[in-house]
Ligand binder design. Structure first.
Ligand code: RB5
Length: 147
């Protein structure tokens, strides 16, 4: 899968860990920055680029990391076609795919359990959307974009 990654300085180390993990699984990574964890940067500058890649269909999914995951989700959900979800545990990761067809996973470097990181990402990548009544609901969300 082609996956866009972006972080601010707070999420930089996790972005590196995720890059290694996903590359080892055979995924193609497009890294939209930031490029180090020392310079304080603005998360919208990086999150927007990665989310836009998903909105345009250039990448299938995005994983966005800032301090809390919240700022990145606010940015990504402004981009047409993106359904970004902040998931702090395995249950919300699973449901974000099954019910919300999440295509952008937002993680908080300050709150994520490092021991669960790989498990969460694998679960998010592998869990299918259930469709059915959830497709109707997600469709209503997507209709808001064009109204
Ligand atoms: C940066 O200090 C911090 O605000 C950012 O990483 C993120 O948590 C915003 O939502």
């Amino acid at each position: 899968m082609k996956i866009a990654l972006a972080s601010d300085h707070r999420g930089f180390e996790f972005k590196n860990m995720i890059t290694t993990f996903l590359s080892n699984l055979g995924h193609e990574i497009v890294d939209y920055g930031t490029l180090n964890g020392t310079d304080s940067v603005d998360y919208p500058d990086y999150g927007l680029q990665a989310a836009t890649a998903v909105g345009r269909g250039e990448c299938e999914r995005a994983i966005l990391i800032c301090g809390t995951g919240l700022g990145m989700s606010l940015v990504a959900n402004k981009v047409k076609g993106v359904r970004a979800t902040v998931c702090h545990d395995l249950y919300t990761v699973e449901m974000s795919r099954k019910h919300n067809d999440s295509n952008a996973l937002c993680l908080g470097a300050d709150v994520v359990d490092e021991n669960l990181l790989e498990k969460k990402i694998k679960l998010w990548l592998e869990t299918p959307f259930e469709g059915g009544r959830h497709a109707r609901r997600v469709g209503k969300i997507m209709d808001i974009e064009s109204s």
